[in-house]
Design a protein around this ligand. Structure first.
Ligand code: UTP
Length: 480
């Protein structure tokens, strides 16, 4: 390990020597820990990051003309772009049966909007059972593995801030019934958090630097560094089904999507995405757009209002394709990117409140945002794929995110969406669900992925008598 003098010199060269301002007050063990934390930072790049991202505001990459993205419509018979659902399903099921698909969940975020004390994946979300997000996904993976009689390994990315708690949670719950060797955890990298006004790295405490996980885009390097890509190759995994930790309605490995991703003529099988149609121009999701000929996700704040509100001949928004962070990614593509020494995703700047110790050593819990956090986004890799497809999905079927403690995208809205989806599946199978005059379900419903992964499977289970959904009454909570 470098000496404290060497660390001090490195810091001075990049204008960050205040990080050792309290060194004289620390015990030898504290000082060693602080120096190790500093030495692990990519200090030499700090001045460039500060210039490029901290001092200046965010600007849209490219800055050129934006065109709406093409997509596969949810209805394969749509005149706009017919496609063969049966062939896609067959191709995806073949991949699953051959054990060539893994699931990949990014769970390293801080979940600050939710304000939950623990990894977000431990948060109770089941509409009736309150089961945690991790259990919901685990049941989906187990059910998929049983359905196709093949292993579906699961890679979970954590951050240095929540790794131990996440691993302990899985252990306590016996990996939710999944074979332990098929669940892999690895940590993403961390970035220092910067003072918004000065560009100085913040001290979280006299003996520790304030850091934040480096964004879900940190996944690509972390997958390689941790050995996860090699592990995938050893297992014969060719594609990963990527999803975020906050969406309990995600289909963890959708054979139709995977089939299109791997075999549609205009897909390179490198990086594909699902989208839900935006209905409200003010909805705060990024949209897929083609900027200067390259497909990318345009953040909602970067889409000019006159474009965001434009409608097409079909009456839908022209910039329709809302990014719901569900992707299929080729393992060969991940390996290619991670193996390229020049590969680098851009950072995005987020202004946040970060607790710190100030120059006098006093703890400050800021009432207003004081810090810039830098994060990479996985979807910035889309433009690096030879060709990339987008597949429409139904919002109720697949998107019930839990982001906030209250209001939009909270556990309340997620439970209502989970219930609505369950109701649709039940009604499609002939069951009756009580609804009020506005069509809103008058009960809470939850269908475990172990009971059914989709409406067809639920129909089969009901028809065979394996599942009974008779007599659901208003006010009831029903978990199937
Ligand atoms: P969000 O953008 O919702 O961020 O992450 P967050 O950190 O979880 O929540 P807030 O903004 O602090 O409230 C979307 C997904 O990306 C993962 C999250 O765990 C979530 O699944 N993520 C985010 C990471 O894995 N690492 C990160 O550095 C950031």
């Amino acid at each position: 390990m470098p000496s404290i003098d060497a660390t001090r010199d490195r810091l001075a060269r990049v204008g960050q020597d205040h990080l050792l301002a309290f060194a004289g007050e620390l015990s030898p063990a504290q000082l060693t820990r602080l120096c190790a934390q500093i030495d692990a930072l990519d200090l030499e790049r700090v001045p460039a990051w500060v210039d490029k991202y901290v001092r200046s505001g965010a600007t849209r990459a490219g800055g050129g003309a934006i065109e709406p993205a093409q997509y596969f419509p949810v209805d394969p018979d749509a005149r706009r772009r017919p496609w063969d659902r049966g062939a896609a399903l067959g191709a995806g099921e073949a991949l699953l049966r051959a054990g060539k698909v893994a699931c990949f969940t990014v769970a390293g975020g801080q979940g600050s909007r939710l304000g939950y004390d623990g990894p977000k994946g431990c948060y109770p979300v089941g509409a009736v059972t309150d089961k945690p997000l991790f259990r919901v996904f685990a049941e989906g993976i187990l059910a998929t593995s049983r359905r196709y009689d093949a292993p579906v390994p699961w890679y979970v990315m954590t951050s240095p801030l929540n790794h131990d708690a996440t691993v302990a949670f899985f252990k306590t719950h016996d990996h939710f019934g999944l074979p332990e060797p098929d669940v892999m955890f690895f940590q993403q990298g961390a970035m220092p958090s910067f003072d918004m006004a000065t560009g100085r790295i913040l001290l979280a405490d006299k003996d520790s630097v304030a850091t934040n996980p480096d964004g879900h885009g940190g996944a690509i390097r972390a997958l390689a560094k941790s050995g996860a890509i090699e592990d995938m190759q050893r297992r014969g995994v060719e594609h990963v089904s990527y999803f975020q930790v906050d969406n309990p309605s995600v289909r963890v490995a959708d054979p139709v999507f995977l089939g299109l991703h791997a075999s549609a003529p205009d897909s390179s099988g490198e990086f594909s995405s699902k989208m839900v149609p935006k209905t409200d121009p003010d909805e705060k999701v990024g949209v897929f757009g083609v900027v200067d000929g390259t497909l990318q996700v345009v953040e909602y704040s970067d889409l000019p209002r006159e474009l965001a509100t434009q409608k097409g001949e079909d009456g839908r928004l022209k910039f329709l394709c809302g990014n719901v962070a569900i992707h299929a990614v080729g393992v060969a593509f991940l390996e290619k990117l991670a193996g390229d020494p020049d590969f680098e995703l851009p950072f995005h700047r987020a202004v946040k409140k970060v607790a710190q110790v100030d120059a006098s050593g006093a703890r400050v819990d800021p009432g207003e945002p004081n810090a810039v956090k830098l994060e990479k986004f996985i979807f910035d890799a889309i433009g690096l794929a030879k060709s990339s497809i987008i597949v429409e999905t139904d919002r109720v079927e697949e998107f019930a995110p839990v982001k906030n403690a209250q209001g939009t995208d909270s556990v309340q809205t997620s439970k209502a969406l989970q219930t609505e989806r369950a109701a649709r599946w039940l009604e499609r199978a002939g069951a009756r669900v009580p609804r009020d005059a506005h069509g809103v379900c008058e009960c809470l419903l939850e269908i475990s992925p172990l009971t059914a992964l989709d409406a067809e499977q639920l129909g089969e289970r009901l028809a065979s008598g394996k599942v009974n959904a008779d007599h659901i009454r208003a006010g009831q909570q029903v978990s199937l």
